[in-house]
Design a protein. Sequence first.
Length: 227
Amino acid sequence: MMSFQAATERTAMEKFAIVGTGDLAKECLAMLRQCPWWLANYRFLGFICEREDEVGKELSGFTAFATDGAVLKNKEIPVTVVFPLGDPQILGLLSKKYSGAGHIKYINAVHPSVTADWSTLEMGHGNILCAGNIFTNDIVIGNFNYLNLSCTFGHNVRIGNACVVNPGANVSGCVSLGDAVLVGTGATILQGIKVGSRSIIGAGAVVTKDVAEGETVAGVPAKVVNR
């Protein structure tokens, strides 16, 4: 396997950057360092920040080298990006902002330990599938979702766009998640449940009934706590 340093030094490789400068951005870099496909094909430029005063900030041995605005304006430098963000609303807004730029490309960042029936899994672009995730069969994943560590997804699950599923969540068969849904750590969504867009599932919740758009549910069994 090529060393991480060697991969960052090869100039012929595709340029790659991580959008964000928070802890999840550093976690994403640590994950990518474990991916042979990434080391072999991409040269890491560093992190893309939001504000000008963050340029030069150091994270995990690399810097925030440019702002969103600078990267989006500079069409002379094609770059591939991912969005490791834990807030579905920000994730959705930022992915839409970048989607209009023709020189920006996206990958699905999949950790080598992820298991799935790849022959029946349909996936868009810009997704991050962290270590330990398990997908069974006939699953559809949209764009720009962040699926954190060690989650399970049963048969015929449908995931929209810009969803964040936190560690240890269990999503049962035939569950449907809308867009910009946040699923808390250790939550369980039972068979056949429909979760509306911009909803929040609390940590540890057990969802036994459909969740309407924009609702927050929590508890065992989960009940609506906010709309």
